[in-house]
Design a protein. Structure first.
Length: 299
């Protein structure tokens, strides 16, 4: 992944979705490429064609706010896309972390997650690794995985990887396509915030090779924050539920986010979620008891 290449890809994708006639430009004959030409965008933004070309090629790291705002206005970027443009245009690779610096969840955050007993709650790391979850979140998203998997930095579940590479997640989401696009759009924002990240590059490479759907979405360059709209989950144990997710950034833990899932009060989905929470707590207690018994026998 290269920040300059990402900037050019992003701007080209946004030029391609506009039509000259929509912006009051004359259209003559056939056009070899869809959307606005570079010189047309430059004209509407009030900059020279050469300057805009250099910007699109990542050769103008000191582009002013006025220029970026003008380009965003012409391209009709929304707030998320505008922020992404700024991130890419002024990308500065962060110093690499030492290999031993695996992401960790602070003890207080872990206690908070475990306190959400009746609803699924989890913590995602910078690049969508699951750093910890409560029993209900585990039962909702990945009951087939070891509950302690997030404690192993080398084998942590990753939300994006599970979505595109684990068929069980494909069956869980009724609108898998919508969830997939939302996930890729969030990853694109993350890529703009962490230019040159080897961890994110490795994840994108894995998903591009392993999923044609991911490769197509990544090339389209969607950009948006995590979607909080209600989604329908088809859970194999408690049936269909409509749940919404709220995301909270942890201010003292760079890039880490808490996700909490809820159902509408009094709805059948809330009843199903309570049943899932009850069953997941029972399973967790049974597993814990089994672990204690096994450890006692070994000792």
């Amino acid at each position: 992944m290269d920040g300059r290449a990402d900037l050019g890809e992003f701007l080209r994708s946004r030029r391609a979705r506009l039509r000259p006639g929509e912006l009051g430009l004359p259209v003559y004959g056939r056009r070899r490429v869809p959307g606005l030409r570079r010189e047309e965008l430059a004209q509407l933004a009030g900059v020279s064609a050469g300057y805009y070309t250099r910007l699109e090629q990542g050769q103008s790291p000191n582009a002013s706010d006025a220029v970026l705002d003008a380009v965003a206005r012409v391209l009709r970027l929304d707030d998320d896309e505008r922020g992404h443009l700024y991130s890419l245009a002024r990308a500065k690779p962060r110093p690499p972390r030492r290999a031993a610096e695996a992401e960790r969840v602070r003890p207080g955050v872990r206690v908070m997650i475990e306190s959400f007993r009746d609803v699924p709650a989890l913590v995602m790391g910078r690049f969508c690794d699951i750093l910890c979850w409560n029993a209900t979140a585990h039962a909702l998203l990945a009951g087939h995985l070891d509950f302690d998997a997030p404690d192993d930095p080398a084998g942590r579940p990753n939300v994006a990887a599970m979505l595109f590479l684990d068929p069980r997640l494909g069956e869980l989401y009724a609108d898998w396509a919508g969830k997939a696009r939302s996930t890729v759009a969030d990853l694109r924002l993350i890529a703009g915030r962490y230019p040159g990240s080897p961890e994110l590059a490795a994840l994108v490479d894995e998903l591009t090779v392993g999923s044609a759907e991911f490769a197509e979405l990544w090339a389209a360059h969607p950009v948006s924050e995590c979607d909080t709209r209600p989604r329908v989950y088809r859970h194999p144990t408690v049936g269909t539920m409509e749940l919404s997710a709220e995301f909270m950034t942890l201010p003292d833990d760079e890039g880490q986010r808490v996700a909490v899932f809820n159902a509408a009060p009094g709805s059948p989905s809330e009843a199903a979620l309570r049943l899932l929470a009850t069953r997941s707590t029972t399973v967790a207690r049974t597993a814990t008891a089994a672990g204690i018994t096994t450890a006692a026998r070994r000792s």
